[in-house]
Design a protein around this ligand. Structure first.
Ligand code: MLT
Ligand code: MN
Ligand code: ZN
Length: 304
């Protein structure tokens, strides 16, 4: 299985357009060692030809330009993307769908019913796409049954309901139901290897931990180092937990959880611009390295 990290940043990317925090300012002035990041998305393929896009970020245009296998190669209008999976209805995971409106046929989009509801009501992107070539919605069940995507031969998917957060325009905001957020187990049937992908993870539940323990690679929520990080520089009074993200540094946080896993390769994704780990020379980043935890970057390739 080939996994390409298209966007390793959280909503807003890095640097964020209106942000003057230590990281964003430090990056712009060249004072910190860090790389820029587009917003949250990966793509996965078993054969290197047919790619499933996980989440469609507002930065998708640049992301497609950065990765030739997704570019047109076989016809005058073409794409390497064979289907799209959406793990939640947040802006950073869905807005790119609008940029894909020129597709020559309806998009095959896989998401849960509650995400489909948000994308046809509070943020009615599916309705808007209906005025172009439209959407073939395929429901992802929340009962952890596995499914396949016909165009993506050799991959088996299992959606794992988990606790994170629904977007502000959802009726489930602060009162989530199973299906507002899912992680995804992606298995390559030929190699038998599997990836567990969860860019939003607010609460560590036992069943989620089990998927992580059994994975060959976990690519999970790296949004913040501390729960109150957004308030440090007066950016926002929101805690990460209120936004559905578990921090890395607290007891029982993402670093502790990942450290307890023996089997998988451990990689963080969906990293917010305020997170000190973006500074490659920070003590926080050194702690991750010591714990054997990697930080994904735009353009990272993972082979499983
Ligand atoms: C999140 O992951 O919490 C959201 O994507 C934040 C946002 O972009 O508004
Ligand atoms: Mn997000
Ligand atoms: Zn910033």
């Amino acid at each position: 299985m080939f996994v390409r990290v298209l966007g390793s940043g959280a909503g807003g990317g890095f640097p964020q357009w209106n942000c003057n925090c230590r990281n964003c300012k430090g990056f712009r002035s060249g004072k910190i060692k860090a790389s820029s990041r587009t917003q949250s998305s990966i793509t996965v393929s078993a054969d290197g030809e047919n790619w499933v896009l996980f989440n469609a970020s507002p930065d998708i245009r640049a992301q497609l330009e950065s990765f030739p296998p997704l570019q047109p190669g076989r016809a005058v209008r073409d794409t390497g993307i064979c289907a799209i999976v959406i793990v939640d209805a947040q802006i950073d995971h869905t807005t790119g769908l609008l940029m894909l409106r020129e597709h020559t046929q309806p998009w095959d989009i896989y998401c849960t019913e509650s995400v489909q509801q948000d994308l046809t009501s509070g943020f009615p992107i599916f309705n808007i796409l209906g005025h172009f070539r439209g959407v073939n919605w395929h429901e992802i069940k929340t009962d952890q049954s596995s499914f396949t995507i016909p165009q993506a031969e050799g991959l088996v998917f299992t959606a794992v309901p988990l606790k994170s957060e629904a977007p502000p325009y959802s009726p489930h905001r602060h009162n989530t139901v199973p299906g507002d957020n899912v992680g995804m187990r992606i298995e390559d049937t030929r190699t038998g290897k599997n990836l567990f992908y969860a860019p939003g993870l607010g609460v560590m539940e036992d069943h989620v931990k089990q998927y992580m323990e059994e994975a060959d690679c976990v690519l999970v929520d790296g949004t913040v180092w501390t729960n109150d990080e957004m308030s440090h520089e007066g950016i926002s009074d929101k805690l990460a937990t209120e936004m559905g993200h578990l921090d890395q540094s607290s007891k029982g946080g993402i670093k502790d959880i990942l450290s307890s896993l023996e089997r998988p390769r451990k990689i963080l994704i969906h990293i917010n611009n305020t997170n000190p780990i973006l500074d490659e020379e920070s003590p926080q980043r050194a702690q991750l390295t010591e714990a054997g935890i990697e930080v994904s970057y735009d353009g990272m390739d993972i082979h499983l």
